[in-house]
Design a protein around this ligand. Structure first.
Ligand SMILES: [Zn+2]
Length: 483
Protein backbone atom coordinates (compact mmCIF):
# COMPACT_ATOMS: atom_id res chain seq x y z
CA UNK A 1 0.00 0.00 0.00
CA UNK A 2 1.28 3.45 -0.92
CA UNK A 3 1.82 5.58 2.14
CA UNK A 4 0.58 9.10 1.60
CA UNK A 5 3.03 10.33 4.23
CA UNK A 6 5.44 10.80 1.36
CA UNK A 7 3.25 13.54 -0.02
CA UNK A 8 1.91 15.35 3.03
CA UNK A 9 3.83 17.52 5.49
CA UNK A 10 3.96 16.52 9.13
CA UNK A 11 0.96 18.17 10.75
CA UNK A 12 2.41 19.32 14.03
CA UNK A 13 5.83 20.23 12.62
CA UNK A 14 4.40 22.59 10.01
CA UNK A 15 0.69 23.01 10.44
CA UNK A 16 0.18 25.78 7.90
CA UNK A 17 1.96 23.86 5.15
CA UNK A 18 -0.01 20.74 6.08
CA UNK A 19 -3.24 22.76 6.05
CA UNK A 20 -2.64 24.17 2.56
CA UNK A 21 -1.80 20.71 1.21
CA UNK A 22 -4.97 19.19 2.70
CA UNK A 23 -7.22 21.92 1.35
CA UNK A 24 -5.78 21.35 -2.11
CA UNK A 25 -5.39 17.56 -2.14
CA UNK A 26 -8.73 16.80 -0.48
CA UNK A 27 -10.40 18.97 -3.12
CA UNK A 28 -11.94 21.45 -0.68
CA UNK A 29 -11.05 24.83 -2.20
CA UNK A 30 -8.58 26.75 -4.32
CA UNK A 31 -7.37 30.30 -4.82
CA UNK A 32 -9.34 32.61 -7.11
CA UNK A 33 -7.88 35.09 -9.64
CA UNK A 34 -8.53 37.91 -7.13
CA UNK A 35 -6.11 37.58 -4.24
CA UNK A 36 -7.91 36.76 -1.03
CA UNK A 37 -10.94 35.19 -2.69
CA UNK A 38 -11.55 31.46 -2.78
CA UNK A 39 -13.24 28.97 -5.01
CA UNK A 40 -15.04 26.45 -2.83
CA UNK A 41 -15.05 23.10 -4.63
CA UNK A 42 -17.98 20.64 -4.40
CA UNK A 43 -16.45 18.58 -1.57
CA UNK A 44 -15.80 21.72 0.51
CA UNK A 45 -19.17 23.20 -0.35
CA UNK A 46 -20.91 19.99 0.74
CA UNK A 47 -19.49 20.61 4.24
CA UNK A 48 -21.02 24.09 4.16
CA UNK A 49 -24.36 22.72 2.94
CA UNK A 50 -24.43 20.27 5.86
CA UNK A 51 -23.65 23.18 8.21
CA UNK A 52 -26.52 25.17 6.71
CA UNK A 53 -29.00 22.31 6.99
CA UNK A 54 -28.24 21.63 10.65
CA UNK A 55 -28.28 25.24 11.85
CA UNK A 56 -31.14 26.37 9.63
CA UNK A 57 -33.43 23.75 11.18
CA UNK A 58 -32.56 24.97 14.71
CA UNK A 59 -33.11 28.62 13.75
CA UNK A 60 -36.49 27.93 12.14
CA UNK A 61 -37.68 25.87 15.09
CA UNK A 62 -37.11 28.99 17.20
CA UNK A 63 -39.18 31.16 14.86
CA UNK A 64 -36.27 32.74 12.97
CA UNK A 65 -37.22 33.48 9.35
CA UNK A 66 -34.85 33.63 6.41
CA UNK A 67 -34.76 36.72 4.18
CA UNK A 68 -32.34 38.38 1.81
CA UNK A 69 -30.99 41.93 1.83
CA UNK A 70 -28.86 43.53 -0.93
CA UNK A 71 -25.09 43.19 -1.16
CA UNK A 72 -24.69 46.98 -1.72
CA UNK A 73 -25.10 49.42 1.15
CA UNK A 74 -25.14 53.22 0.69
CA UNK A 75 -22.01 54.59 2.38
CA UNK A 76 -24.10 57.09 4.37
CA UNK A 77 -26.05 54.25 6.04
CA UNK A 78 -22.89 52.71 7.39
CA UNK A 79 -21.94 56.04 8.98
CA UNK A 80 -25.05 56.13 11.15
CA UNK A 81 -23.41 54.15 13.92
CA UNK A 82 -20.04 55.79 14.59
CA UNK A 83 -18.22 52.88 16.20
CA UNK A 84 -19.58 50.57 13.52
CA UNK A 85 -18.13 52.59 10.62
CA UNK A 86 -14.78 53.23 12.31
CA UNK A 87 -14.47 49.52 13.13
CA UNK A 88 -15.15 48.38 9.58
CA UNK A 89 -13.53 51.23 7.56
CA UNK A 90 -10.09 49.66 7.07
CA UNK A 91 -11.52 46.56 5.41
CA UNK A 92 -14.32 47.96 3.24
CA UNK A 93 -14.57 47.33 -0.49
CA UNK A 94 -16.33 50.32 -2.07
CA UNK A 95 -17.93 50.65 -5.50
CA UNK A 96 -17.56 54.13 -6.98
CA UNK A 97 -18.39 53.45 -10.63
CA UNK A 98 -21.30 51.45 -12.05
CA UNK A 99 -23.02 51.33 -15.42
CA UNK A 100 -20.18 53.40 -16.84
CA UNK A 101 -20.88 56.34 -14.57
CA UNK A 102 -19.34 57.66 -11.40
CA UNK A 103 -21.88 57.12 -8.63
CA UNK A 104 -23.22 60.15 -6.76
CA UNK A 105 -22.86 58.16 -3.55
CA UNK A 106 -20.34 55.33 -3.17
CA UNK A 107 -21.73 51.88 -2.37
CA UNK A 108 -20.17 49.60 0.18
CA UNK A 109 -20.05 45.86 -0.53
CA UNK A 110 -21.57 44.53 2.71
CA UNK A 111 -19.07 43.64 5.42
CA UNK A 112 -22.11 42.71 7.60
CA UNK A 113 -25.75 43.79 7.29
CA UNK A 114 -26.76 45.57 10.51
CA UNK A 115 -27.11 48.95 8.82
CA UNK A 116 -29.10 47.94 5.75
CA UNK A 117 -31.34 45.62 7.75
CA UNK A 118 -32.07 48.06 10.54
CA UNK A 119 -32.92 50.88 8.14
CA UNK A 120 -35.64 48.49 6.91
CA UNK A 121 -36.64 47.10 10.32
CA UNK A 122 -37.61 50.66 11.19
CA UNK A 123 -40.48 50.36 8.70
CA UNK A 124 -41.43 46.84 9.77
CA UNK A 125 -41.79 47.64 13.46
CA UNK A 126 -44.28 50.01 15.03
CA UNK A 127 -46.03 48.12 17.82
CA UNK A 128 -45.10 45.62 20.52
CA UNK A 129 -47.15 43.18 18.42
CA UNK A 130 -44.41 43.27 15.77
CA UNK A 131 -41.88 41.93 18.30
CA UNK A 132 -39.83 39.84 18.59
CA UNK A 133 -38.65 40.10 15.00
CA UNK A 134 -36.19 37.34 14.11
CA UNK A 135 -34.52 37.47 10.69
CA UNK A 136 -31.61 35.46 9.32
CA UNK A 137 -29.80 35.54 6.02
CA UNK A 138 -27.35 33.11 4.43
CA UNK A 139 -25.05 35.17 2.25
CA UNK A 140 -21.54 36.32 1.37
CA UNK A 141 -19.77 39.28 2.95
CA UNK A 142 -16.59 41.12 2.02
CA UNK A 143 -13.89 42.30 4.43
CA UNK A 144 -10.68 43.09 2.60
CA UNK A 145 -7.79 41.18 4.14
CA UNK A 146 -4.09 41.78 3.65
CA UNK A 147 -2.99 38.29 4.64
CA UNK A 148 -5.32 35.57 3.52
CA UNK A 149 -5.75 31.89 4.18
CA UNK A 150 -8.32 29.62 2.49
CA UNK A 151 -11.45 29.23 4.69
CA UNK A 152 -9.73 30.81 7.72
CA UNK A 153 -9.29 34.35 6.47
CA UNK A 154 -10.52 35.38 3.02
CA UNK A 155 -11.70 38.74 1.70
CA UNK A 156 -15.01 37.24 0.70
CA UNK A 157 -16.59 34.54 2.82
CA UNK A 158 -19.94 32.84 3.31
CA UNK A 159 -21.87 33.04 6.53
CA UNK A 160 -25.26 33.39 8.14
CA UNK A 161 -26.18 36.49 10.07
CA UNK A 162 -29.11 36.40 12.46
CA UNK A 163 -30.66 39.71 13.53
CA UNK A 164 -33.36 39.95 16.17
CA UNK A 165 -35.35 42.78 17.76
CA UNK A 166 -36.92 42.52 21.22
CA UNK A 167 -39.12 44.49 23.57
CA UNK A 168 -36.70 44.40 26.45
CA UNK A 169 -33.15 43.74 27.53
CA UNK A 170 -33.98 40.39 29.19
CA UNK A 171 -35.38 38.87 25.99
CA UNK A 172 -32.45 40.19 23.95
CA UNK A 173 -29.93 38.69 26.38
CA UNK A 174 -31.72 35.36 26.26
CA UNK A 175 -31.49 35.41 22.46
CA UNK A 176 -27.76 36.20 22.55
CA UNK A 177 -27.14 33.16 24.77
CA UNK A 178 -29.45 30.93 22.75
CA UNK A 179 -27.54 31.67 19.53
CA UNK A 180 -24.23 31.15 21.34
CA UNK A 181 -25.41 27.72 22.54
CA UNK A 182 -26.50 26.76 19.01
CA UNK A 183 -22.95 27.39 17.88
CA UNK A 184 -21.45 25.53 20.84
CA UNK A 185 -23.71 22.54 20.16
CA UNK A 186 -22.90 22.61 16.48
CA UNK A 187 -19.15 22.59 17.16
CA UNK A 188 -19.34 19.89 19.81
CA UNK A 189 -22.06 17.57 18.55
CA UNK A 190 -21.43 17.80 14.82
CA UNK A 191 -17.85 18.98 14.27
CA UNK A 192 -16.67 17.05 17.37
CA UNK A 193 -14.62 20.06 18.52
CA UNK A 194 -14.54 20.95 22.21
CA UNK A 195 -14.61 24.75 22.48
CA UNK A 196 -14.28 27.59 24.96
CA UNK A 197 -17.34 29.82 25.29
CA UNK A 198 -17.36 33.25 26.85
CA UNK A 199 -17.48 37.03 26.59
CA UNK A 200 -15.00 39.17 24.66
CA UNK A 201 -13.19 42.09 26.25
CA UNK A 202 -14.27 45.67 25.43
CA UNK A 203 -11.48 46.09 22.88
CA UNK A 204 -12.40 42.86 21.08
CA UNK A 205 -16.12 43.62 20.87
CA UNK A 206 -18.01 43.82 17.58
CA UNK A 207 -18.06 47.43 16.34
CA UNK A 208 -21.22 48.96 17.85
CA UNK A 209 -22.12 46.11 20.24
CA UNK A 210 -22.71 46.38 23.97
CA UNK A 211 -21.42 42.85 24.57
CA UNK A 212 -19.85 40.24 22.30
CA UNK A 213 -19.80 36.54 23.13
CA UNK A 214 -17.70 34.08 21.18
CA UNK A 215 -16.80 30.47 20.57
CA UNK A 216 -13.02 29.95 20.68
CA UNK A 217 -11.25 26.95 19.19
CA UNK A 218 -7.89 25.68 20.44
CA UNK A 219 -5.84 24.75 17.37
CA UNK A 220 -3.54 21.71 17.94
CA UNK A 221 -0.50 24.02 18.05
CA UNK A 222 -2.04 26.02 20.93
CA UNK A 223 -3.20 29.02 18.94
CA UNK A 224 -6.74 30.40 18.93
CA UNK A 225 -9.40 30.56 16.26
CA UNK A 226 -12.63 32.48 16.79
CA UNK A 227 -15.39 30.11 15.73
CA UNK A 228 -18.61 32.16 15.93
CA UNK A 229 -19.92 35.28 17.64
CA UNK A 230 -23.16 36.46 19.22
CA UNK A 231 -23.65 40.17 19.99
CA UNK A 232 -25.87 41.99 22.41
CA UNK A 233 -26.43 45.29 20.57
CA UNK A 234 -28.51 46.85 23.34
CA UNK A 235 -30.26 49.96 21.98
CA UNK A 236 -27.18 51.35 20.16
CA UNK A 237 -28.49 50.63 16.68
CA UNK A 238 -32.21 51.11 17.40
CA UNK A 239 -31.45 54.65 18.62
CA UNK A 240 -29.20 55.51 15.68
CA UNK A 241 -31.62 54.01 13.16
CA UNK A 242 -34.68 55.38 14.90
CA UNK A 243 -36.41 52.01 15.36
CA UNK A 244 -39.30 52.41 17.82
CA UNK A 245 -42.34 50.53 19.03
CA UNK A 246 -45.33 51.48 21.14
CA UNK A 247 -46.10 49.28 24.15
CA UNK A 248 -49.49 48.25 25.58
CA UNK A 249 -49.80 51.67 27.24
CA UNK A 250 -48.99 53.49 24.00
CA UNK A 251 -45.57 54.62 25.24
CA UNK A 252 -42.81 54.76 22.62
CA UNK A 253 -39.55 52.80 23.18
CA UNK A 254 -36.40 51.88 21.33
CA UNK A 255 -36.23 48.08 21.15
CA UNK A 256 -33.23 45.87 22.08
CA UNK A 257 -31.30 44.01 19.38
CA UNK A 258 -28.97 41.09 18.80
CA UNK A 259 -26.91 39.80 15.89
CA UNK A 260 -25.01 36.51 15.57
CA UNK A 261 -23.06 34.63 12.92
CA UNK A 262 -20.97 31.66 11.91
CA UNK A 263 -18.96 31.52 8.69
CA UNK A 264 -17.07 29.19 6.34
CA UNK A 265 -14.16 29.72 8.73
CA UNK A 266 -15.73 26.87 10.75
CA UNK A 267 -14.58 24.55 7.95
CA UNK A 268 -11.00 25.78 8.47
CA UNK A 269 -11.37 25.00 12.17
CA UNK A 270 -12.67 21.54 11.34
CA UNK A 271 -9.69 20.77 9.07
CA UNK A 272 -7.15 21.98 11.64
CA UNK A 273 -8.78 20.17 14.55
CA UNK A 274 -8.96 16.58 13.38
CA UNK A 275 -6.57 15.76 10.55
CA UNK A 276 -3.41 13.68 10.85
CA UNK A 277 -0.36 13.00 8.68
CA UNK A 278 -2.47 10.84 6.36
CA UNK A 279 -4.94 13.64 5.67
CA UNK A 280 -8.26 15.02 6.77
CA UNK A 281 -10.45 13.30 9.37
CA UNK A 282 -14.12 14.20 9.13
CA UNK A 283 -16.55 13.43 11.97
CA UNK A 284 -19.31 11.19 10.51
CA UNK A 285 -22.12 13.61 11.37
CA UNK A 286 -20.73 16.37 9.13
CA UNK A 287 -18.94 14.26 6.49
CA UNK A 288 -20.36 14.65 2.96
CA UNK A 289 -19.52 10.99 2.40
CA UNK A 290 -19.70 8.69 5.42
CA UNK A 291 -18.76 5.42 3.74
CA UNK A 292 -16.67 4.63 0.67
CA UNK A 293 -16.67 1.17 -0.87
CA UNK A 294 -13.73 -0.25 -2.79
CA UNK A 295 -14.18 -3.30 -4.97
CA UNK A 296 -10.84 -5.00 -5.61
CA UNK A 297 -11.23 -6.72 -8.96
CA UNK A 298 -9.23 -9.61 -10.36
CA UNK A 299 -8.82 -11.00 -13.86
CA UNK A 300 -11.71 -13.35 -13.30
CA UNK A 301 -15.21 -12.44 -14.46
CA UNK A 302 -16.98 -14.87 -12.14
CA UNK A 303 -15.29 -13.49 -9.04
CA UNK A 304 -15.79 -9.92 -10.22
CA UNK A 305 -19.50 -10.55 -10.68
CA UNK A 306 -19.72 -11.94 -7.14
CA UNK A 307 -17.92 -8.84 -5.82
CA UNK A 308 -20.37 -6.59 -7.68
CA UNK A 309 -23.31 -8.55 -6.33
CA UNK A 310 -22.05 -8.23 -2.75
CA UNK A 311 -21.50 -4.47 -3.22
CA UNK A 312 -24.98 -4.06 -4.62
CA UNK A 313 -26.42 -5.71 -1.52
CA UNK A 314 -24.46 -3.47 0.81
CA UNK A 315 -25.36 -0.40 -1.21
CA UNK A 316 -29.06 -1.17 -0.85
CA UNK A 317 -28.84 -1.45 2.92
CA UNK A 318 -26.74 1.75 3.15
CA UNK A 319 -29.40 3.56 1.14
CA UNK A 320 -32.16 2.23 3.39
CA UNK A 321 -30.30 3.45 6.47
CA UNK A 322 -29.71 6.91 5.01
CA UNK A 323 -25.93 6.57 5.18
CA UNK A 324 -24.10 8.88 2.74
CA UNK A 325 -21.92 6.62 0.62
CA UNK A 326 -20.14 6.13 -2.68
CA UNK A 327 -18.44 3.31 -4.62
CA UNK A 328 -14.99 3.87 -6.07
CA UNK A 329 -14.68 1.26 -8.80
CA UNK A 330 -12.01 2.95 -10.90
CA UNK A 331 -9.93 0.24 -12.55
CA UNK A 332 -7.18 2.57 -13.73
CA UNK A 333 -6.06 3.37 -10.16
CA UNK A 334 -4.45 0.91 -7.79
CA UNK A 335 -6.18 0.02 -4.53
CA UNK A 336 -3.27 1.66 -2.68
CA UNK A 337 -3.81 4.92 -4.49
CA UNK A 338 -7.58 4.84 -3.96
CA UNK A 339 -7.21 4.14 -0.24
CA UNK A 340 -4.67 6.95 0.22
CA UNK A 341 -6.99 9.34 -1.57
CA UNK A 342 -9.94 8.39 0.63
CA UNK A 343 -7.73 8.94 3.70
CA UNK A 344 -6.71 12.40 2.48
CA UNK A 345 -10.39 13.22 2.01
CA UNK A 346 -11.11 12.05 5.54
CA UNK A 347 -13.99 9.70 4.71
CA UNK A 348 -14.95 8.11 8.07
CA UNK A 349 -15.56 4.48 7.00
CA UNK A 350 -13.95 2.43 4.27
CA UNK A 351 -15.14 -0.94 2.98
CA UNK A 352 -12.93 -3.25 0.90
CA UNK A 353 -14.22 -6.28 -0.94
CA UNK A 354 -11.86 -8.46 -3.00
CA UNK A 355 -11.52 -12.11 -3.98
CA UNK A 356 -10.11 -13.11 -0.56
CA UNK A 357 -13.10 -11.55 1.21
CA UNK A 358 -15.58 -13.21 -1.15
CA UNK A 359 -13.97 -16.56 -0.43
CA UNK A 360 -14.15 -16.07 3.35
CA UNK A 361 -17.63 -14.49 3.18
CA UNK A 362 -16.48 -11.30 4.91
CA UNK A 363 -15.89 -7.63 4.11
CA UNK A 364 -13.15 -5.41 5.50
CA UNK A 365 -14.27 -2.28 7.32
CA UNK A 366 -11.78 0.41 8.50
CA UNK A 367 -12.17 3.55 10.55
CA UNK A 368 -10.38 6.65 9.28
CA UNK A 369 -9.44 8.02 12.72
CA UNK A 370 -7.88 4.87 14.22
CA UNK A 371 -7.02 3.19 10.88
CA UNK A 372 -8.29 -0.02 12.52
CA UNK A 373 -9.32 -2.75 10.09
CA UNK A 374 -11.89 -5.42 10.91
CA UNK A 375 -13.32 -8.40 9.08
CA UNK A 376 -17.10 -8.45 9.38
CA UNK A 377 -19.82 -10.69 8.01
CA UNK A 378 -21.73 -8.71 5.37
CA UNK A 379 -24.95 -9.47 7.27
CA UNK A 380 -23.73 -7.38 10.22
CA UNK A 381 -22.28 -4.57 8.13
CA UNK A 382 -24.85 -1.83 8.76
CA UNK A 383 -24.98 -2.41 12.49
CA UNK A 384 -21.19 -2.37 12.65
CA UNK A 385 -20.92 0.78 10.50
CA UNK A 386 -23.46 2.67 12.60
CA UNK A 387 -21.69 1.66 15.80
CA UNK A 388 -18.29 2.59 14.38
CA UNK A 389 -19.50 6.00 13.25
CA UNK A 390 -21.01 6.73 16.65
CA UNK A 391 -17.79 5.66 18.41
CA UNK A 392 -15.71 7.72 16.01
CA UNK A 393 -17.85 10.82 16.56
CA UNK A 394 -17.49 10.45 20.36
CA UNK A 395 -13.79 9.58 20.25
CA UNK A 396 -13.00 12.65 18.16
CA UNK A 397 -14.83 14.93 20.58
CA UNK A 398 -13.12 13.34 23.56
CA UNK A 399 -9.73 13.72 21.93
CA UNK A 400 -10.50 17.35 21.13
CA UNK A 401 -11.54 17.94 24.76
CA UNK A 402 -8.31 16.36 26.02
CA UNK A 403 -6.23 18.42 23.60
CA UNK A 404 -7.98 21.62 24.65
CA UNK A 405 -7.22 20.97 28.31
CA UNK A 406 -3.66 19.84 27.64
CA UNK A 407 -3.06 23.05 25.70
CA UNK A 408 -4.48 25.36 28.37
CA UNK A 409 -2.27 26.40 31.28
CA UNK A 410 -3.22 28.07 34.56
CA UNK A 411 -0.62 30.76 35.06
CA UNK A 412 0.15 32.97 38.06
CA UNK A 413 3.16 35.03 37.04
CA UNK A 414 3.94 37.10 33.98
CA UNK A 415 7.37 35.42 33.73
CA UNK A 416 5.65 32.06 33.30
CA UNK A 417 3.22 33.66 30.81
CA UNK A 418 6.13 34.93 28.69
CA UNK A 419 7.99 31.62 28.86
CA UNK A 420 4.95 29.72 27.59
CA UNK A 421 4.37 32.19 24.76
CA UNK A 422 8.03 31.96 23.78
CA UNK A 423 8.17 28.19 23.81
CA UNK A 424 5.17 25.92 23.26
CA UNK A 425 2.57 28.73 22.89
CA UNK A 426 -0.61 27.62 24.62
CA UNK A 427 -3.86 29.01 25.84
CA UNK A 428 -3.33 30.68 29.19
CA UNK A 429 -5.92 31.17 31.91
CA UNK A 430 -4.99 34.02 34.23
CA UNK A 431 -6.36 36.89 36.30
CA UNK A 432 -6.50 40.20 34.43
CA UNK A 433 -7.54 43.56 35.86
CA UNK A 434 -9.55 44.30 32.68
CA UNK A 435 -7.74 47.55 31.90
CA UNK A 436 -7.09 48.17 28.22
CA UNK A 437 -3.52 49.27 29.02
CA UNK A 438 -2.57 45.90 30.51
CA UNK A 439 -4.30 44.09 27.64
CA UNK A 440 -2.28 46.09 25.08
CA UNK A 441 1.00 45.61 26.94
CA UNK A 442 0.47 41.86 27.22
CA UNK A 443 -0.24 41.69 23.49
CA UNK A 444 2.78 43.83 22.63
CA UNK A 445 5.14 41.66 24.68
CA UNK A 446 3.72 38.17 24.04
CA UNK A 447 1.53 38.57 20.88
CA UNK A 448 -1.25 36.95 22.95
CA UNK A 449 -4.63 38.66 22.99
CA UNK A 450 -7.53 38.16 25.37
CA UNK A 451 -9.83 35.50 23.91
CA UNK A 452 -12.79 35.29 26.29
CA UNK A 453 -13.82 35.35 29.91
CA UNK A 454 -15.49 31.94 30.17
CA UNK A 455 -19.19 31.82 31.03
CA UNK A 456 -18.58 30.23 34.45
CA UNK A 457 -16.14 33.04 35.32
CA UNK A 458 -18.38 35.94 34.29
CA UNK A 459 -20.22 36.43 37.58
CA UNK A 460 -17.22 35.70 39.78
CA UNK A 461 -15.89 38.27 42.25
CA UNK A 462 -12.56 36.61 42.93
CA UNK A 463 -9.71 38.38 44.70
CA UNK A 464 -6.83 37.64 42.34
CA UNK A 465 -3.99 39.81 41.08
CA UNK A 466 -3.64 40.93 37.47
CA UNK A 467 -1.06 38.80 35.68
CA UNK A 468 0.58 41.97 34.31
CA UNK A 469 0.18 44.90 36.75
CA UNK A 470 -0.52 43.00 39.99
CA UNK A 471 -3.53 45.17 40.77
CA UNK A 472 -6.76 43.57 41.97
CA UNK A 473 -8.49 41.36 39.43
CA UNK A 474 -11.85 39.63 39.85
CA UNK A 475 -12.03 37.22 36.94
CA UNK A 476 -9.76 34.92 35.01
CA UNK A 477 -9.48 35.36 31.26
CA UNK A 478 -8.19 33.17 28.47
CA UNK A 479 -5.25 34.49 26.47
CA UNK A 480 -3.73 33.06 23.29
CA UNK A 481 -2.08 34.01 20.04
CA UNK A 482 -4.39 34.20 17.06
CA UNK A 483 -4.00 31.55 14.40
ZN1 LIG B 1 -3.56 44.88 35.02
Amino acid sequence: MVSQKKYLSNKLANISKWYNEIVEKAGLAEHAPVKGCMIIKPYGYALWENTQNILDAWFKKDGVQNAYFPIFIPYSLLQKEKKHISGFSPELAIVTTAGGEKLAQPLVVRPTSETIMYQTFRNWISSYKDLPLKINQWCNVVRWEKRTYLFLRTSEFLWQEGHTVHKNDVEAREMVMKALMWYKDFYEKYLAISVFVGEKSASERFAGAKQTFAIELVIPTGKALQGATSHNLGQNFSKNFDITYTDEQNTIHNPFQTSWGISTRSIGGLILSHGDDNGLILPPKIAPLQVIIFPIYKNDDVINQTIDLQIKRIKTTLEKSGIRHSIDERRDKTIGFRISESEIRGIPIRIEIGPAEIEKKVIIISRRDTLEKQKISPDNAIEFINESMEKMQNDLLRRSYENKNRLTAEVESFEEFKTIMNTNRQFIRAFWCESATCEEKIKEITKASTRVCELNELEKKGDGLCIYCNNKAHRKWLFAQSY
